[in-house]
Write a protein that binds this ligand. Structure first.
Ligand code: NAD
Ligand code: MG
Length: 331
């Protein structure tokens, strides 16, 4: 018998004794640490897991100041020409999930316009450079989506500078945690609804007026749409609203040949969470309660934004594309 076989036997025997001991002493079993989470891919093996370092940024936060920095697919996403010649506008394209979609779209052959807040210029500059590195056109249009006039100008400017608009990704959002309903002010409620519900409505209305058959609208919703957390009530409500809008609009626009799809992330490591989206306690354990035991990295959801607009997936409209790390998917 080889040494390897011997040591394996020893291990199995020891494990058996340990299991028997655990059965005899149920109180101690509770103190046993859970087994380490197995990685789903070699890349995922390197992704950070909780606990995370305590950190807080003023809203809206910068990806470049997060510890650790999120992986948006900067060095990993590989395109294969799925979106060649398409023209896309992505709101919140400077960081997080929107940045990952912007990188993926450019690598799939699309020209990409991004919108973001002026305070996010450093993050936006990085994204513009990444899009241009692919030989694609990058258009940067900063501005506040809570203003209807700006939303209309954004669509017009993006279409003018890109030479048309084939794809709109409604991705920008505001999330600020509050312990109870009493602490959600009318200003809070208004800011969240303006950013997360009105803006996607205004932008979509303006975009549809310019889109030809083959156009696609994407809404970023959340697992929160179906399973709201108690400390982000009005945010969760806003994610349910856009999911519902996406499903209804898909039916309305089908005769025009315009598709509408919805992406539902679970916990993702982005500036949204470190700039008031989560309490410090929640942030330190962020993603731990998902079955994969960690938050997703934006790079891991980019392929779903590509699938949601892929012209080859032409029978998919009104569909929900999920990346929740094993948690529930809203219906
Ligand atoms: P993020 O902070 O990187 O992106 C949100 C973006 O929204 C910001 O970059 C900012 O540019 C934009 N924004 C906010 N208010 C704006 C305003 N008034 N005007 C213009 N732009 C504004 O965070 P993210 O997590 O990548 O968020 C992207 C989307 O993902 C959001 O729709 C969010 O609801 C959704 N989401 C995120 C998570 C998560 O855990 N991070 C989970 C579920 C859903
Ligand atoms: Mg940002």
């Amino acid at each position: 018998m080889s040494e390897i076989d011997t040591s394996r036997r020893t291990f199995v025997a020891t494990a058996g004794i340990a299991a028997a001991a655990a059965g005899a002493l149920p109180a101690m079993a509770q103190d046993t640490p859970p087994p380490p989470q197995a990685p789903t891919t070699p890349q995922a093996a390197a992704y950070p897991k909780p606990p995370f370092a305590n950190q807080r940024q003023p809203w809206p936060g910068l990806a470049s100041r997060m510890n650790p920095r999120p992986d948006h697919g900067e060095t990993s996403y590989k395109g294969s020409g799925k979106l060649t010649g398409k023209r896309a506008l992505i709101t919140g394209g400077d960081s997080g999930i929107g940045r990952a979609a912007a990188i993926a779209y450019a690598r799939e052959g699309a020209d990409v316009a991004i919108n973001y807040l002026p305070a996010e210029e450093p993050d936006a500059k990085e994204v513009v450079a990444l899009i241009r590195a692919e030989g694609r056109k990058a258009v940067a249009i900063p501005g506040d989506l809570r203003d209807e006039g700006f939303c209309n100008r954004l669509i017009a400017d993006a279409a003018r500078q890109l030479g048309g608009l084939d794809i709109l990704v409604n991705n920008a959002a505001r999330q600020q945690t509050r312990p109870d309903i009493a602490s959600i002010s009318s200003e809070d409620f208004d800011a969240t609804m303006k950013t997360n519900v009105y803006a996607p409505f205004w932008l979509t209305k303006a975009a549809v007026a310019r889109m030809a058959a083959g156009g696609v609208i994407v809404f970023t919703s959340s697992e929160q749409a179906g399973d709201p957390s108690p400390d982000i009530l009005e945010y969760a409500m806003s994610r349910a609203a856009v999911l519902n809008l996406g499903k209804g609009l898909a039916k309305q626009l089908a005769p025009k040949g315009i598709r509408v799809n919805i992406v539902t992330p679970g916990p993702f490591w982005t500036p949204l969470q470190v700039s008031g989206g989560a309490t410090p306690e929640k942030l330190q354990q962020f993603g731990k309660s998902s079955p994969l035991g960690r938050p997703g990295q934006p790079a891991e959801i980019a392929p779903l934004y590509v699938a949601a607009v892929d012209p080859q997936a032409s029978f998919s409209t009104g569909q929900i594309f999920g990346a929740t790390g094993g948690g529930g998917q809203p219906g």
